[in-house]
Design a protein around this ligand. Structure first.
Ligand SMILES: [Fe+2]
Ligand SMILES: [Fe+2]
Length: 362
């Protein structure tokens, strides 16, 4: 306890005979008069009958030594042994840095310098990522196309909207017309991933703002939603290693983002449950799309992805073997989409103030 902080004062208290303890206590108590506990137990009139009682209370509260301890300390003091008196260098607020800690501090200061001036070396894509699932070979091969039957009007509306979007996009992009090629696959993956990264980020922002506005905790949804948004963006960055988007493509992405962010944001403010169900059905379609892609890799026009090396970013992000192929990448992406399906369908089934059962990276 911070009764008397200076070591000299502490020694004074400890080595005084117990019968003369009161005057010292009286001064200290005045200094700590805002501490209700101390005030209650300590402020007693300094009569001979209650001096001992006051000293006992103070000893209990402050951990002061009794007479025997004082005598022992006095003996040690006379012999020049100060082991019971704290060494100021070892107190948390006063210790000096150890050599390795000083080095760490110097390194941190150096990093701050780099931040101020900008690092000359560009770190590779995926250096800064949130926790996310790392799939085993068994897990990526166990993914199945599944469907959750809609329950109620909102579910049916969400499902119909997704089906409408998918049909329209297949037609507009020409994906369902003619032979599927690598160019068609990459265009589709890149475009859809620019859209797929929106819901998680918008939903996370909406919940973040709600938490700030209502001054209530979020129940752990925000992190999962941010994780999903980043995961979709990593799908995009991986596909972009194989394709340079045209100007027309970029304009389409800008237009789609403007429309989708606005509509999804408004819908989330009105009915978050509907939005998570909508994303759940969107992810069901994503699992179907990547399953079709795997069929094209195994038996169709994309056979070269069985041996084509996986981009460096994919190996780093999914912690894949160095000799992984594009087929392995598509397997990992499909497992991610299956996970988003599960997460969003489960979030849609929860009340918005219920605890998120999905822990970070799981
Ligand atoms: Fe994705
Ligand atoms: Fe997804």
């Amino acid at each position: 306890m911070a009764v008397c902080c200076k070591p000299t004062t502490l020694r004074y208290i400890m080595f005084r005979p117990a019968t003369t303890l009161w005057p010292t206590v009286s001064v200290s108590t005045r200094a700590l008069s805002s501490q209700a506990l101390l005030a209650k137990d300590v402020i007693l009139a300094p009569t001979s009958s209650n001096q001992y009682l006051a000293a006992v209370n103070i000893k209990q509260i402050r951990g002061l030594a009794d007479k025997q301890k004082v005598d022992e300390n006095l003996e040690k003091y006379r012999k020049g042994n100060f082991e019971t008196i704290p060494n100021p260098q070892e107190l948390p607020h006063f210790r000096t840095l150890k050599p390795e800690e000083a080095e760490d501090m110097a390194a941190t200061e150096k990093k701050d310098e780099v931040t101020k001036t900008g690092s000359k070396e560009m770190p590779p894509i995926g250096t800064y990522v949130l926790p996310h699932p790392i799939w085993t070979e068994t897990q990526v091969n166990q993914v199945k196309v599944t469907h959750k039957e809609p329950e109620g009007l909102a579910d049916r509306l969400a499902y119909r909207t997704v089906k409408l979007f998918r049909g329209g996009f297949d037609l507009f992009s020409g994906f369902s017309l003619g032979q599927r090629t690598e160019r068609k696959w990459l265009n589709r993956i890149c475009f859809l991933e620019t859209v797929a990264g929106v819901p998680g980020m918008v939903a996370a922002m909406m919940r973040h703002m709600t938490s700030l506005r209502r001054m209530q905790r979020d129940q752990g949804w925000i992190h999962t939603l941010l994780e999903e948004a980043e995961n979709e963006r990593m799908h995009l960055l991986t596909a972009l290693q194989l394709r340079e988007p045209s100007l027309f493509f970029r304009l389409c992405v800008i237009g789609a983002q403007g429309v989708f962010v606005t509509l999804f944001g408004l819908s989330y403010a009105i009915n978050a449950k509907f939005c998570h169900r909508f994303v759940g059905y969107l992810e069901e379609e994503a699992v179907k799309t990547y399953t079709k892609c795997l069929e094209d890799i195994d038996h169709g026009p994309m056979k070269h992805w069985q041996t084509q090396a996986a981009p460096e970013v994919a190996i780093r992000y999914w912690k894949m073997k160095p000799d992984s192929t594009m087929r392995d990448v598509i397997l990992a992406i499909r497992a991610d989409e299956d996970h988003h399906r599960l997460v969003n369908h489960s979030l849609a089934s929860l009340k918005k103030d219920e605890f998120n059962p999905h822990k970070p990276g799981e």
